[in-house]
Design a binder for this molecule. Structure first.
Ligand SMILES: Cc1ncc(COP(=O)(O)O)c(C=O)c1O
Length: 453
């Protein structure tokens, strides 16, 4: 909010309060009707529920530094040198996930790109994907000159609605990309069943789902291949970085070759230039950082989970707040903790003002992903020379029109509010303050609404 708008807001707020007689005794310093400045929304001049900073992210420990220095002093910095950090990380990460193999890559985007290439997604193919995701999921498909076909989002789970997949399959469909967004597992059984019925490959975008579990299996180990991101904000960060996990030696060896200029890799050793490729390699420095943080990932994940369930218990009884439903026997890891906001149950208070009011209470939060298929990226795709060559005009028109059918996703984009993963690492009392702030805004929604208009 600009200073001017904020002043206008506060001015209107004060008038609204005067009208509502919330603080008739305030001038005399005596709260009336049991109301104190602590009950008043901070946006209307009250005392914020939370003071001070939330845990900072990422976290680095001095004790981890020798491993980085060792790489630095060895001069073996890139994957082609016989350093041991990358293979050690790949082995440890695969073991942690219960996958047979892991290939570390330069990023989550390149992991998705390489994984789809080895699953034979090619120019002119179609891949069905969750629309409610970071834009990289769409981009990785577009990089292969394939069409990201958007299934709908289930408003109850915020993940792909398995029932919406089948009607989107065409004779060009090659793969499905479920996205375990915010570390919330997609309902994989029906997705795998549709894939099996139509002989489609499944690449899990688990870029936000390190250690998330679905029916006893880790996300990223259920489909043909799984992809992870280790970018700076992630629960296992190394600035940039990614990984592909899977149980097929052939697929991981092909991925190893393709990600390293097509050089022979694993089972393909001794077969020079047998495949295309690029440079999508991670460095030993990054692998050293990742290796050091694996134990922390496990303990942080347990803490986030405990705090997320505490928060869910507190939020679910507040009118107008809908917490997320997870598939049965699954556990999320909460890269973001999202919930849905029903303005009607908050006296018509807009989501934007709800978020401002939360921020004023010292609780940073934001909207989730927006309807990014209307942002221009896919229009640019449709208008491009390459895609016009690869797809008929009729298909591209039908494709563009299909964005209007994403009713579940539209609802999700319009109503989601999310807090960051770092906040779930705070103290238990601070988790309770998140719910207390929502409750305070709910109790004062009428006054906030009046101030809004
Ligand atoms: C859901 C999802 N997919 C893909 C990616 C891409 O990962 P990266 O940024 O490492 O390329 C991200 C990263 O934020 C992501 O959140």
């Amino acid at each position: 909010m600009s200073t001017q708008n904020r002043r206008h807001f506060l001015g209107t707020a004060a008038a609204a309060l005067a009208g509502a007689s919330l603080f008739p005794g305030r001038a005399a310093g005596r709260p009336i009707l049991g109301r104190t400045p602590a009950d008043l929304p901070a946006l209307l001049g009250g005392i914020p529920v939370h003071k001070g900073a939330w845990p900072k992210w990422p976290e680095w420990r001095q004790a981890w530094e020798p491993s980085i220095l060792n790489v630095l002093r060895s001069g073996r910095w890139y994957r082609g040198e016989p350093g041991d950090q990358i293979p050690r990380f790949e082995e440890a990460y695969a073991k942690l996930l219960g996958a047979k193999r892991c290939l570390a890559t330069a990023s989550g985007t390149t992991a998705l790109y390489v994984a789809m290439h080895v699953l034979d997604v090619d120019a002119g193919d179609e891949v069905i994907v969750s629309p409610f995701t970071f834009i990289a999921s769409y981009n990785a498909i577009l990089m292969l000159k394939a069409l990201p076909v958007l299934a709908d989002t289930d408003p109850a789970t915020l993940t792909i609605d398995p029932a919406s997949i089948e009607s989107r399959i065409t004779d060009r469909t090659r793969a499905i990309m479920p996205v375990h967004i915010s570390g919330m597992p997609c309902d994989m059984d029906p997705i795998m069943a549709v894939a099996a019925r139509h002989r489609l490959r499944v690449v899990e975008d688990a870029c936000q789902a390190w250690l998330a579990e679905y029916k006893g299996r880790k996300c990223g180990t259920i489909g043909d291949l799984g992809c992870f991101s280790f970018q700076n904000s992630k629960h296992l960060p190394s600035g940039e970085g990614g990984a592909i996990t899977g149980n097929s030696d052939d697929l991981i060896d092909r991925a190893g070759s393709f990600h390293d200029c097509g050089r022979p890799y694993g089972g393909f050793k001794g077969k020079p230039n047998f495949t295309r490729g690029g440079n999508f390699r991670i460095q030993h420095f990054q692998a050293a950082m990742l290796l050091q943080q694996l134990d922390k990932l496990v303990t942080d994940t347990a803490r986030r989970r405990e705090h997320a369930s505490r928060l869910t218990s507190a939020l679910q009884d507040i009118p107008g707040i809908r917490t997320v439903r997870l598939p049965q026997n699954s556990t999320a890891v909460w890269h973001l903790y999202p919930f849905r906001y029903d303005a009607e149950k908050f006296e018509g208070l807009s989501r934007a003002t709800f978020i401002k009011a939360m921020r004023a209470e010292g609780i940073p939060c934001s909207t989730g992903y927006q309807e990014q298929y209307f942002d221009g990226l896919l229009d640019e795709t449709i208008a491009s020379r390459g895609f016009k060559r690869l797809f008929s005009e009729r298909r591209l028109k039908e494709y563009r029109d299909s964005f209007n059918e994403l009713k579940g996703n539209r609802e999700v984009c319009a109503t989601t509010v999310a807090i960051g993963q770092n906040m779930l690492l705070a103290e238990r009392a601070e988790i309770d303050q998140i719910a207390a702030a929502v409750q305070k805004i709910q109790a004062n929604a009428g006054a906030l609404k009046k101030a809004e208009s």
